[in-house]
Design a protein around this ligand. Structure first.
Ligand code: G3I
Length: 451
């Protein structure tokens, strides 16, 4: 029997053995059923107490095992959802807590074969605001502030201020150009009205701002006297104002926005020209000499987005701490947008205040919804984006150690009166209440951030 015939017969024989062993159970075992692993889809139909879980169909699967848990490690399971068997491709999970994170995953089953777990899906049930909840009640570890004006402390302003807020800041009437219009002649009318309003309603008053290049009266900018006479005038002004409101005003932005954008170098303001580079420290010492208890803040804008300026501020703060110059906190103004800056960047910058043992004031929060002028009215999608950003800001602030917390202040009550409309000259809706005092999504974002 020649080679070829022998080889052909042995192959034939081999194949025969293989087929018979397959048909008879791998010789002894069935071939492994290729099941594949299911894919869990994003949750849908999410409400405050339920959501629909769903997953992809696997061709050979006969059923699925569904896990639902409130912890990502599935160390515990929701009652009835520990490998719950189902032949369906979705399941409505009900009886859940509002504003709570849940996780689900599935396995596929075919007879005795069980697939690996699918991906895990995270879902948060929607937040149902308690109608009796208010910003100040919900924020039980820090003050919730709002910028006010002396001519708008009655009616619906008053209703909303006393109901929602635990701190007020004068939007413009406690600045030098209003309080000190000419040398030796003070105008405390508007400031008194605001402080008296706060005291009468048990609302904290934050002073803003004693020294600011943008609210310097012309007579100060063109001060004719000597540098020493200028410094004496500033000391007299600070002493007069701080002593007047001692025990009524808890904190002051003593110096506001003293550093240049981009470079972080000291602005060449009249205060620097007349009092020297160390004028900020001198002003802080004047305040401390006038009121041993008032909190002294340095306040500035772009503190999250302008890294050079941020670094410069903390270099200055470290210098003050090293020289025992009185400083109690740093104010991040937080004039931000619905999509910028990131929560992570806000967190990193805020941590730099906390790690120095100082108080944090998010002092002038507004969140532009229309920075690119692409809207003529506030769309629900943009409103939800703004809500998400407000929630992030509040989450960061609420996460600060209590001893470093002070206040989170919004820079105005209602959209229609925001400074941003004049400043940028186009429509925007940057605050928590609309022009008719209605709570916006952003308001609920604030509450959600506190959950
Ligand atoms: O209400 C009066 C009005 O009766 C008068 O007819 C009109 C004309 O003079 O002035 C109106 O007051 C204006 C006030 O805003 C109210 O709108 C003041 O002139 C104007 O100076 C004031 O601008 C304030 C600005 O600071 C300057 O003080 C803005 O409201 C206020 O939002 C803005 O806030 C600053 C912070 O202090 C520091 N960080 C940036 C922030 C925005 O620029």
């Amino acid at each position: 029997m020649n080679d070829f015939r022998f080889r052909y017969l042995s192959i034939l024989l081999g194949m025969l053995v293989f087929i018979t062993s397959c048909s008879s159970g791998g010789g002894d075992s069935e071939p492994e059923i290729e099941l594949g692993d299911p894919i869990a889809n994003q949750a849908s139909e999410i409400t405050s107490s339920s959501f629909k879980a769903s997953w992809s169909r696997l061709y050979r699967a006969q059923s699925y095992l569904l896990d639902v848990s409130s912890d990502a490690s599935f160390a515990t399971f929701l009652a009835g959802y520990n490998a719950k068997s189902t032949t369906s491709l979705n399941e409505e999970i009900t009886g859940l807590e509002s504003n709570t994170v849940y996780y689900y995953r599935v396995k596929a089953v075919k007879e005795t074969v069980i697939s690996n777990y699918s991906n895990t899906v995270e879902v948060t049930t929607t937040f149902v605001p308690d109608p009796n909840q208010t910003l100040k009640k919900a924020a039980d570890t820090f003050l919730v502030g709002v910028a006010v004006q002396s001519g708008k402390l009655t009616g619906q302003y008053d209703e909303n201020y006393t109901k929602e807020f635990s701190s007020i800041t004068a939007e413009w009437e406690m600045k030098m150009d209003v309080m000190y219009p000419s040398q030796g002649n003070y105008n405390f009318g508007p400031a008194d009205a605001i402080v008296d309003y706060g005291v009468a309603n048990g609302i904290n008053v934050h002073g803003h701002s004693l020294i600011w290049h943008n609210s310097t009266p012309d007579w100060v900018k063109s001060f004719a006297g000597t540098d020493q006479e200028f410094e004496d005038m500033i000391e007299d002004y600070i002493t007069t104002v701080v002593s007047r409101y001692k025990g009524k005003i808890t904190s002051w932005d003593v110096v506001n926005e003293a550093l240049e954008d981009g470079s972080g170098s000291l602005r060449n303001s009249i205060y620097r020209q007349k009092m020297g580079d160390d004028y900020i420290a001198k002003c802080y010492q004047f305040v401390r000499a006038s009121d041993p208890d008032v909190l002294i803040f340095y306040n500035d804008y772009n503190m999250i987005t302008d890294q050079t300026k941020q670094d410069a501020v903390f270099t200055m703060v470290d210098d003050f701490i090293a020289r025992d110059i009185p400083i109690d906190g740093v104010g991040f103004q937080m004039h931000i947008s619905h999509d910028y800056p990131s929560k992570d960047d806000i967190q990193k910058a805020t941590d730099r205040i906390v790690e120095r043992g100082l108080k944090v004031h998010f002092s002038e929060l507004d969140v532009r919804a229309n920075p690119n002028k692409d809207l003529t009215s506030l769309s629900s999608e943009r409103s939800l984006s703004q809500k998400a950003k407000v929630k992030e800001v509040v989450e960061v602030y609420n996460g600060i150690p209590n001893e470093n917390k002070y206040a989170l202040t919004v820079w105005g009550l209602k959209d229609s009166e925001s400074w941003l409309l004049n400043f940028y000259g186009h429509m925007d809706w940057p605050l928590l209440f609309d022009g008719n005092y209605n709570k916006k999504d952003a308001y609920y974002g604030f509450l959600e951030g506190l959950q």
